[in-house]
Write a protein of this length. Structure first.
Length: 121
């Protein structure tokens, strides 16, 4: 639903979102977003995640992808420096190389991905 927010279309504002309350149910990250210090949720992700957390999230997304064979997943190395992911290693299938790149690119907080994965022939 585009444009939906509490207070629109006659919905009452819930008591936990009053601007005067110091703490709400969503905690500090939501307050930071709502108060305008971060323009978007992706900007908030950039502030909250460090490189090691991004690396763990990329590895998790790789292992969750069912289209990449297990043997190829084990041969992919992930390094993250300044929010830029670097994928290296050697895989058997082109779909593994492309899938690893797309998975890393879709992790929130990753700015860019350098895909240095080689194809075994």
């Amino acid at each position: 639903m585009i444009g939906y927010r509490w207070g629109y279309w006659g919905y009452p504002t819930p008591p936990w979102i009053y601007p005067s309350s110091p703490v709400n149910l969503y905690g500090q990250p939501f307050n930071t977003y709502r108060e305008g210090t971060c323009a978007t949720y992706s900007a908030l992700d950039l502030r909250l995640l460090d490189d090691e957390e991004l690396r763990e999230n990329i590895i998790t997304s790789l292992y969750d992808d069912l289209h990449i064979p297990r043997l190829d997943k084990e041969k992919i190395t992930v390094e993250v420096q300044n929010k830029v992911a670097r994928l290296s290693g050697s895989v058997r299938y082109r779909q593994s190389k492309i899938g690893a790149y797309l998975n890393a690119l879709q992790v929130p907080g990753v700015i860019d991905v350098c895909n240095e994965i080689k194809l075994l022939t």
